[in-house]
Design a protein around this ligand. Structure first.
Ligand code: SAH
Length: 459
């Protein structure tokens, strides 16, 4: 696969400063898909072209993959996914070869970062499922002019018909960083189809990469869905695949694509504020998942001890990685433990407040009552904060058909009345008082996306 980036910005050689690649040399970087070569087919004051040639190494690919997951699985993965794997690897190669440019850093000439340059990008063989209309849908709203020609399957045999490969030229005047972030996300998106269900965490990660432009893109739903499906295709660790259902909080793309994109962040922020308001010093995040809330909580000095518990080892590993830098400074302040909330656990004793964010709906009825006992009878913290989806809100998700839930692992989703009936009974049984709040924008007769109960121990 080949990508060339040409500019006529004057002096055109500024491009090489921004790319951190010397125009007189050919350089190689190892990427996950094979070796990427970076070179300049033309350098003059008037025009400069940088080329990224990715030499996909199919054998190495399978071998590398096989190391972690067993050969059969990896091989099957590779054969099945070969077409979009190719464009994903191009995207990975962009990130590796041009990492500083993509991250907006240029030590030698920082003033160049904000310069908008006229660019011409050529992808002579880009797989595109969806043809010209898709290319238009993806690139036109960002301001590109697009030239694309569909390639024949084999020039020698025109009867074989046309391939889904296009020779694409894109033109636009913008900063190099923005250009690269567009290519990084949209190249693999071209080569995918079908919507699929994705995790909210994944969407958040993607939004970080895409930043402002992706948030505002009219086709952001298509982009998020295709991009993330593609990444799923690349997950080669069989175990990871098996565990995924259990670990990831997966909500419908419908939710992800609405302006509620940051709904989860809003939820976590509100929970953090409630925890602060209780005056608690020793707190627990039960069902902490990948540690997003923990990260927020750690920033608050009020919390002298923070316990994160989850049943999923894989999620805890991710959390551990995420929190590592902070944990080094205060090794005892944050503890991550694996445990099931349905079993009495002495590690939960002595906490002032705990949060259960989007956890209860993952438990079926008998396990939920076990959890209630563990939290309210045995651990008995001063405050318990519980959030769960408000089922009434689901009518606002276009792609969620009536009567279905936001995530296949949800055992139930309650209306506000159901949640409050549950909460009131629980509070009465265990000697707590309870109040309820909404998280997210309130809609008439429907409520908000998320409902929250705040329990306070009264006895
Ligand atoms: N609180 C996190 C994760 C919510 S997803 C967030 O809001 O981002 C639900 C989490 O509950 C998952 O991480 C899952 O592993 C965990 N979980 C489900 N059942 C559990 C149980 N019985 N004990 C402990 N954790 C459980």
């Amino acid at each position: 696969m080949l990508l060339t980036i040409t500019t006529t910005h004057n002096p055109a050689s500024d491009l090489s400063f921004l790319l951190h690649k010397h125009p007189g040399r050919t350089q190689q970087v190892e990427t996950s898909g094979g070796v990427a070569h970076i070179f300049y087919p033309e350098v003059s004051d008037a025009r400069c072209t940088a080329a990224l040639l990715l030499d996909i190494d199919p054998v190495g690919l399978v071998r590398r993959d096989g190391g972690s997951s067993g050969n059969d699985f990896a091989l099957q993965q590779y054969v099945n996914d070969r077409p979009y794997v190719a464009s994903s690897f191009m995207s990975a190669a962009i990130a590796k070869a041009f990492s500083s440019a993509l991250n907006g850093s240029c030590k030698t000439r920082p003033e160049l970062l904000s310069v908008q340059m006229p660019f011409e990008v050529r992808l002579p063989v880009l797989p595109v499922r969806g043809g010209l209309p898709l290319l238009e849908q993806l690139f036109a709203p960002l301001g590109y002019s697009i030239k694309a020609q569909r390639l024949q399957l084999d020039e020698q045999f025109p009867d074989w018909g046309e391939s889904r490969y296009f020779d694409v030229t894109l033109r636009h005047t913008l900063t190099l960083q923005t250009l690269l972030s567009h290519l990084y996300i949209l190249i693999p998106v071209c080569d995918n189809d079908k919507h699929y269900w994705i995790g909210k965490h994944e969407v958040d990660k993607l939004m970080e990469k895409g930043g402002a432009w992706l948030d505002k893109h009219p086709a952001r739903e298509v982009i998020a869905s295709r991009y993330l499906k593609n990444q799923k295709g690349l997950i080669s660790d069989a175990l990871q695949l098996l565990l995924q259902d259990e670990t990831a909080e997966v909500e419908a793309i419908a939710e992800a694509a609405t302006p509620k994109l940051r709904a989860h962040d809003e939820r976590l922020l509100q929970v953090k504020n409630e925890l602060l308001a209780t005056g608690a010093k020793r707190i627990g995040d039960l069902g902490c998942g990948e540690g997003k809330l923990l990260k927020l909580l750690m920033a608050e000095t009020q919390f002298v001890f923070i316990l994160g518990m989850d049943v999923s080892y894989r999620s805890l590993e991710i959390a551990q990685r995420k929190l590592k830098p902070d944990r080094q400074h205060h090794p005892d302040r944050v503890q991550l433990v694996q445990g099931a909330l349905t079993y009495r656990d002495s590690r939960l004793a002595g906490l002032d407040a705990v949060a259960l964010v989007e956890v209860i709906e993952h438990l079926d009825e008998p396990r939920l009552s076990a959890l209630e006992k563990v939290v309210f009878a045995y651990a008995r913290p001063g405050h318990v904060i519980v959030t769960t989806p408000n089922a009434e809100y689901n009518v606002l998700f276009e792609t969620l058909s009536e009567g279905t839930m936001r995530h296949s692992d949800h055992r139930f989703e309650w209306t506000r009345a159901q949640f409050q009936a549950w909460g009131n009974a629980l509070a009465a049984t265990y000697g707590y008082t309870v109040s309820y709040k909404s998280i997210g924008e309130e809609k008439e007769n429907i409520g908000a996306l998320t409902q929250m109960a705040i329990f306070k121990r009264s006895t």
